[in-house]
Write a protein that binds this ligand. Structure first.
Ligand code: KMH
Ligand code: ZN
Length: 291
């Protein structure tokens, strides 16, 4: 079994300091949280950014500033900027996070429209095709975020058609063969209005990805660690962080993203699975080595 890749989703777009005062908004706070997660054992940071007052933004200027500041402290970490942004943002606005220099190694690609609590997270097929095209053009490896079973089936269908990066060896919309990119999925389970964070759902999703793909489990809220446990023993990877869950345990707010990552590291140790460094994660995810 490969080593366990831990992703820290340190900020998100929806959670606030009112819910947990340690949620980062400023560049300094975002760096503090990224460093706490990496020091605890995260190989990847999934990045959203905010204005200083906490307003979510997809501005490449803010992403550039945060990325450079994080890489100064954590030079080897894999950064996965969000292209999901916050509900209500336009597709163009959301894609701006990929306009940093250098181009990000990976970025999220959300795989379908869904309820998101009381809101709608809008990801039409044309939007997904446009995001896939952009990622092919820029050589960005997508992390396919699936909140529902149908999201997974849809994105695999689009991959077979050459509309998004994949390892199927098919031609893209211009008829030229697409580069081979093994698919990385993130099963985000437990969002209110979407598929629940059950072991059955995780098993179904992990069994229905193309051969050679990798996958990560993200359990929302109180499901953060109950979904991490099966993912660790099934050979998947785990995402935790303030974006998904603010508590270390029932009634105890986490002081940092590092505390949440450390809990997964301890679970992995108890269950006999080693944790991957960022370089080992690059190898597992078929990314180019950093140097
Ligand atoms: N903020 C959510 C509406 C992503 O990063 O790609 C969507 C999200 C997904 O966080
Ligand atoms: Zn996100």
């Amino acid at each position: 079994m490969d080593k366990l890749i831990i992703t820290a989703a340190i900020c998100g777009a929806e959670v606030t300091k009112e819910q947990n005062p340690n949620v980062p908004y400023t560049v300094e706070e975002i760096v503090r949280e990224a460093k706490s997660a990496v020091d605890a054992g995260a190989a990847i940071v999934h990045l959203h950014v905010r204005e200083d007052d906490g307003t979510p933004t997809q501005s490449h200027v803010r992403f550039q500033e945060c990325t450079e500041a994080i890489l100064k402290e954590c030079p080897n970490v894999i950064l996965i900027p969000s292209t999901g942004g916050a509900v209500g943002m336009t597709p163009d606005e959301r894609l701006d996070s990929t306009n940093t220099t250098p181009v990000p190694e990976m970025a999220t690609l959300d795989c379908g429209t869904c309820n998101f609590g009381d809101d709608i997270f809008d990801n039409t097929m044309p939007t997904m095709r446009a995001f896939g095209k952009r990622m092919v053009e820029k050589g960005i490896k997508p992390e396919y975020e699936c909140f529902e079973m149908g999201h997974l089936e849809t994105i695999v269908h689009m991959a077979r058609k050459g509309q998004v990066p994949s390892a199927f060896g098919v031609a893209g919309p211009d008829g030229k063969p697409l580069p081979l990119v093994p698919m990385q999925f993130n099963f985000v389970l437990g969002v209110l209005g979407c598929a629940s964070a059950t072991v059955d759902n995780l098993v179904w999703m992990s069994k229905n990805i193309p051969a050679g793909s990798t996958w990560t489990a993200t359990g929302i809220g109180r499901n953060a660690f109950t979904l991490a446990a099966p993912a660790i023993v099934m050979g998947g990877n785990v995402r935790v962080g303030f974006e998904d869950n603010l508590y270390l345990e029932r009634g105890v707010l986490a002081k940092s993203n590092g505390e949440l990552v450390d809990k997964v590291v301890r679970m992995a140790k108890l269950l006999g699975r080693q944790v991957a460094t960022s370089d080992e994660a690059r190898e597992i995810l078929s990314l180019k080595p950093r140097n």
